[in-house]
Design a protein around this ligand. Structure first.
Ligand code: ATP
Ligand code: TZE
Ligand code: MG
Length: 267
């Protein structure tokens, strides 16, 4: 894969444009992180909506700016709704993003993710164990967490990006974004991001928001990855443990703008 530099100037413009657009993000996500995800989207300048009924998802996915599908607490009823939402999104041209939570250990959700991958996702975002498992490798995961470093999933991320002609983001101490034979790396953040559940899931919702910028989705996705990392760094300075870290993270996300991203990763 060809390494691209992180163009923080383009990311800065994309972040400010994203905020100005206030994309409406339809989230079909897990029961653990729904509230936190909505708050991360709001703090970052997007508008969340968790419309989940199978009677309503198709209608809503068609009018949303982007759709998130996260299989963290998947069951048969939710899988049916996700299928309907993804079909409707695809028909309407709404970009949709897959977060393949814990696909390594569990065959029901793994089969379901593989089924959905045939429906042209705009992006896939997962941790290293998830991205390896989705590509058919034996990643090291423990429940929803990865024991692998993101570097260990880089080849798999590139393979999935090529196979499904999509943007694949594998997160960790360094986030890697793979698209069209290119890879972009963003380092930084804080390990405390892993001590609050749902930071990755919420980032996937931000990636969905980023995909609403369509042909600029790589710049916008890099921007939201950098936003979460910088938010984690700032929260770490103003917290005493995981509880106050989560609160400080929301506060930080709400104040970071494009200029701050560019100052943190000067290009
Ligand atoms: N060791 C680390 N140092 C700095 N930042 C990290 C580290 N590990 C993860 N992150 C950051 O934490 C966020 C979540 O990434 P992670 O890979 O933990 O997702 P995840 O496992 O899917 O999370 P979850 O399932 O809890 O939502 C990302 O912004 C990522 O860059
Ligand atoms: C803890 C947990 N269990 C299923 S989904 C989830 C949130 C983090 O992925
Ligand atoms: Mg996850």
């Amino acid at each position: 894969m060809n390494s691209l530099p992180f163009d923080s100037r383009a990311a800065a413009v994309a972040l400010d444009d994203l905020r100005a657009a206030t994309p409406l993000v339809h989230c079909l996500t897990n029961q653990v992180v729904a509230n936190f995800t909505a708050n991360v989207l709001l703090a970052s300048g997007a508008a969340p909506a968790m419309v989940v009924a199978r009677e309503e998802v198709a209608e809503f996915a068609a009018l949303a700016s982007a759709l998130l599908v996260n299989v963290g607490t998947l069951d048969r009823t939710q899988a049916d709704a996700m299928r309907l939402a993804v079909f409707a999104a695809r028909r309407a041209g709404t970009p949709w993003v897959l977060d393949p939570v814990a696909v390594g250990a569990l065959s029901f959700r793994r089969d379901f993710c593989h089924e959905l991958l045939m429906q042209s996702p705009a992006a896939i975002r997962g941790n290293a164990a998830e991205i390896r498992a989705l590509a058919g490798e034996a990643g090291q995961g423990r429940g929803v967490d990865s024991l692998d470093a993101s570097e260990q999933a880089l080849a798999c991320a590139g393979q999935l990006a090529r196979q499904y002609d999509t943007l694949v983001i594998v997160t960790g101490a360094t986030d890697y974004l793979c698209l069209d034979g290119n890879v972009l790396a963003i380092s930084g953040g804080d390990a405390r991001l892993q001590q609050v559940t749902g930071t990755g899931c919420a980032l996937s919702a931000l990636v969905a928001a980023a995909c609403s910028l369509k042909e600029r989705r790589l710049d916008a996705a890099a921007a939201v990855c950098a936003l979460m990392k910088l938010g984690g760094e700032q929260a770490a300075l103003h917290s005493r443990g995981p509880g106050s870290f989560a609160v400080a993270l929301l506060d930080a996300l709400s104040t970071i703008d494009g200029a701050m991203l560019h100052a943190r990763w000067p290009a």
